[in-house]
Design a protein around this ligand. Structure first.
Ligand SMILES: [Zn+2]
Ligand SMILES: [Zn+2]
Length: 268
């Protein structure tokens, strides 16, 4: 079995389609499970995949738009019903804590396990035997406070700690200097999962709404020389033409793939 993989839970933009659910990505590394964003329906897909809610160790949220967080209260409730006792780390904007506590209060619910809220700016570190996972946020350029995440897996081999993989997830963002600068500082990115809400014809709308075109995602992937670019958060207006987004991106960067729902990518 591979030591690190990711599986796309939902890949849609703001509005889902029957085959493309709101954004969420499941990550596995040496027994550790994490979610990047938790769109509506995430827990249903986890159940389908045989990953019980109790197994999730951390959740990293990019921003407070509903398509990225509306799956979170239900997932936490199910974690509680399954008598989870281990702590859950939630990384994200400060308002995520308010959102959850207000929801818990209004629905007369109290989780039976501890939730640790962590700022994206600080690195969160999880360990499993000789393996270590580091999750660190960087600022992105959406229409609200927003972060992307660099997730790096390490392992001690023969007494030395070695990098096993590095994954970058942008969440919703326009292509902006601040983000590009932050990512230029990262060496050897294996997988870049990038906002790809619009096609080239809608590049002005992309800028206006704090999103990217697939061509902009490809331009960044080329500059960073990533091993693979996954186009993500594709608008439902392209539900019959996702390939067009892919073709546009591939004209700039060959190593581009669609992050379609339920697709699994082995990363190490
Ligand atoms: Zn979104
Ligand atoms: Zn958004």
């Amino acid at each position: 079995m591979s030591e690190a993989w990711l599986e796309i839970i939902g890949s849609s933009g703001g509005a889902p389609t029957p085959s493309s659910w709101p954004p969420s990505i499941l990550l596995f590394y040496h027994g550790l499970y994490g979610l990047l964003d938790v769109g509506e329906g995430t827990q249903l897909r986890l159940v389908e995949k045989g990953v019980g809610p109790g197994r999730i160790d951390f959740i990293a949220v990019t921003h407070m738009h509903g398509d990225h967080i509306f799956g979170l209260p239900g997932l936490i409730q199910s974690m509680s019903l399954s008598s989870r006792s281990k702590e859950l780390i939630i990384i994200g904007p400060e308002r995520i804590k308010t959102f959850l506590e207000e929801t818990f209060g209004l629905t007369n619910f109290s989780p039976v396990f501890k939730i640790i809220y962590s700022s994206p700016i600080n690195a969160s570190v999880l360990t499993s035997g000789k393996a270590k996972l580091v999750i660190k946020g960087f600022k992105t350029c959406h229409v609200d406070e927003s972060y992307g995440y660099v997730v790096t897996g390490y392992k001690v081999i023969g007494g030395d700690e070695r990098k096993i993989f590095k994954l970058v997830y942008t969440g919703d963002t326009a292509l902006c200097d601040e983000m590009v600068q932050a990512l230029r500082a990262e060496e050897d990115i294996d997988v870049l999962i990038h906002d790809s809400t619009f096609n080239y014809n809608m590049r002005n709308q992309a800028r206006e709404y704090g999103h990217s075109t697939s061509i902009e995602a490809a331009a960044l992937a080329r500059e960073l020389n990533v091993r693979a670019l996954l186009l993500f958060h594709m608008s439902s207006r392209y539900k019959n033409s996702y390939k067009q987004l892919l073709m546009e991106a591939r004209s700039i960067y060959e190593k581009t793939f669609l992050a379609s729902d339920n697709t699994k990518f082995i990363i190490a």
